[in-house]
Design a protein. Structure first.
Lengths: 217, 456
């Protein structure tokens, strides 16, 4: 869970009293269906009364605006309450086929859940991927790499893929940016040192890899 | 030559005090200047004297030792009087006094002395057919010739300053001179009194003015009352006049020892002091059982944003005959403020609190319509807080709390109404879900109590 991002105007010391706030609810999820191979802009309406602390003596109003929304395992939005409670974000093509819960977690601990409200349906995938040659790199230093989708659907592919390495170390990010017309120029960072191969995989099982290259410490 | 001196030229002049007053319009205040026309008269001639007084700025007052002094009004910067001599024939010096209303001093009174000569006939016995002349005080009368029996009568005028008559009888080449002393004729004095009319509760002054130097033979008295000599000049003496309580009139008298008739008397009215204004219809701060309704508006200053308007309605009851009230107060207080919330926008909080309190109020000081009451009490605070924002958050919360206070009221009684100013020190705390406020502190209220019923 991400760290709370409470927007403390100043710190409050006064205690508050009173009953609990009303529960948060998820009013709508739009759209409710996603094609597995197409990144999808999703809007989740979270209806919530944020927890506030008003201190007249100090002239402060504290709002606990931390709000994390997940569609299945994927986080949506910026992590804070947006004006009007409409959380927006684009889901990468990393969700397997199936139905998912949409969950909103508030900073004050309240949670809203819409079960099985979001469905991922089959899409069309490239037959594979290629990675343009990668020169020797230094560990922890970002570098650019070009990914290309191949096969019949390659030129029209606009989804995301999973990035990895073949022999230890970490690659960041783990999910690529969206392809554009079958090409994705991605900045990645590798850790560790040694001979490496950058792997590219989509959730449909199609993959590709780069030629070996050396990552020096 | 025998001469019958004019021992008595008529009824003796009786000193009286006549006071005339006119309110002058001129602002200058100085010793009055007095002119009289004519400057001397002969009694019995029907001549009246016109007197003009100039140089006064206040309420001019005047008095004459004899006769009647009549105000004629003001014109050309002068206040004019007409003096009519008394119906007497004996010569005397009339004295007039002019002053402005106010405390008397020796120099605050301007006097005018007017010689009044008497007219009479001298009956003379002398040599038959003698030629007779009379000289009195420089004035000559005659000559007249005696009859065959040596008798004649000569009309003469006797000035008040004349002490003798010089009679000359001529027969042939011979002449006889006879000097006959004239008996002194007393001239009246005049009393000048301030204030006019007298008041038993006010300081009073009496100035005795004479047309001639006063001497040790003078005796004065006030009936009732007392005269205490304060200052003197040869022709005037200033007295402090003490008016006894309850006196409605008072007489002053000045007499010289050896004389039987006072030189000056004055009959004065004494005005009763104005009675104290009746007490307000409603008894001075609370006396008796009472029921009051009240309302007040003002503000509270509790620190920070705990600031806002305040209103209170009170029901006060004193079920006992002492100025101690039990009170129920229902109030309203409001406060609000806005502040930016980082990353979201601006939020505004408003609250409305209703104090429901019990109190005790008692009067600790009163003077006339004014009084000071002290109050103490406490109670519950019930209210609501609202939060609005420009980022889509709107909520309301219930507030509860309590307050204790002590206050002082300055009241002014106007019939059944008692407007008051209250200064209250209050500790108040009101909290709700996520809201904390102290809607107390210094509470200033302007209000009133209305006596709804009063009974004993």
């Amino acid at each position: 869970m991400r760290a709370h991002r409470a927007l403390w105007v100043p710190l409050l010391t006064a205690a508050c009293s009173g009953g609990p706030l009303p529960p948060a609810t998820i009013g709508s999820v739009t759209p409710m269906v996603m094609i597995a191979s197409q990144p999808t802009q999703v809007e989740v309406q979270v209806d919530v009364v944020l927890s506030t602390q008003v201190d007249y003596a100090g002239g402060t109003i504290l709002v606990q605006s931390g709000l994390e929304v997940h569609v299945g395992p994927e986080e949506l939005g910026s992590g804070t309450y947006p004006p009007g409670g409409l959380v927006q974000g684009t889901l990468a093509t990393v969700l397997a086929l199936g139905t998912y819960d949409v969950v909103a977690d508030l900073e004050d601990g309240r949670r809203a859940v819409r079960h099985d409200v979001f469905t991922v349906v089959p899409g069309t995938w490239p037959s594979g991927y290629t990675v343009d040659p990668v020169g020797d790199q230094r560990s922890g230093v970002p570098f650019s790499v070009t990914l290309r989708a191949t096969g019949t659907n390659g030129p029209t592919f606009e989804g995301n893929v999973l990035l990895g390495t073949s022999s230890g170390g970490e690659v960041s990010p783990a999910v690529s940016s969206a392809f554009a017309s079958g090409v994705c120029t991605q900045t990645v960072t590798l850790t560790g040192a040694g001979q490496r191969v950058l792997t590219v995989t989509d959730i449909a099982g199609n993959s590709g890899q780069s030629a070996p290259f050396t990552v020096s410490p | 030559m025998n001469l019958r001196a004019p021992r008595s030229l008529g009824p003796r002049v009786r000193a009286t005090v006549g006071v005339a007053a006119l309110l002058l319009s001129r602002g200058a205040s100085s010793a009055p200047q007095v002119d009289a026309e004519p400057s001397r008269i002969v009694l019995g001639s029907g001549v009246r004297v016109r007197i003009a007084v100039r140089g006064t700025g206040g309420e001019l007052r005047a008095a004459a030792s004899a006769g009647t002094l009549e105000p004629l009004g003001s014109s050309d910067g002068a206040t004019r009087f007409l003096w009519t001599p008394p119906e007497v024939r004996a010569p005397f010096l009339a004295v007039f006094a002019f002053w402005e209303a106010g405390p008397l001093g020796l120099r605050s009174v301007t006097t005018l002395t007017l010689p009044c000569s008497g007219r009479t006939e001298l009956a003379i016995d002398t040599e038959p057919s003698a030629r007779v002349t009379v000289e009195i005080g420089g004035a000559h009368f005659g000559p007249r010739r005696a009859d065959a029996r040596g008798k004649l009568r000569i009309p003469v005028e006797v000035a008040p300053s004349a002490h003798e008559a010089r009679i000359t009888a001529e027969v042939g080449e011979q002449s006889k001179v006879r000097i006959v002393p004239l008996p002194p004729i007393p001239s009246p004095f005049v009393w000048v009194v301030e204030p006019s009319p007298l008041r038993s509760d006010a300081e009073a002054w009496a100035l005795l003015v004479a047309p001639e130097p006063l001497d040790q033979r003078l005796a004065v008295r006030s009936t009732p009352g007392r005269l205490d000599r304060e200052a003197a000049e040869p022709d005037r003496i200033l007295y402090r006049l003490t008016v006894p309580p309850g006196a409605t009139s008072l007489s002053l008298e000045a007499i010289l020892s050896g004389e039987t008739t006072p030189r000056a008397t004055a009959q004065l009215e004494v005005q009763r002091p104005p009675e104290a204004a009746p007490a307000p219809v409603v008894q001075g701060p609370p006396a008796g059982r009472r029921l009051e309704l009240g309302a007040a508006v003002g503000a509270f200053i509790g620190g920070g944003n705990d600031v806002g308007p305040a209103f209170a309605a009170t029901l006060s009851a004193a079920p006992w005959p002492i100025p101690l009230f039990l009170e129920v107060e229902l109030g309203v207080r409001a406060a609000w403020f806005s502040t930016p919330v980082a990353g979201l926008g601006t939020a505004t909080s408003s609250l409305l609190v209703f104090p429901l309190e019990l109190a005790v109020r008692g009067t600790v000081w009163s003077s006339g319509p004014w009084s000071v009451d002290l109050r103490a009490g406490g109670g519950l605070l019930l209210g609501t807080s609202w939060l609005t924002s420009d980022f889509g958050q709107t909520s309301s919360q219930a507030l509860t709390g309590w307050e204790v206070f002590a206050a002082a009221q300055l009241l002014y009684r106007v019939g059944a109404f008692l407007p008051y100013l209250e200064a209250r020190g209050a500790y108040a705390a009101a909290t709700g879900t996520g809201v904390t406020s102290h809607p107390g502190g210094l509470v200033l209220l302007l209000g009133f109590h209305w006596v709804a019923s009063s009974f004993r």
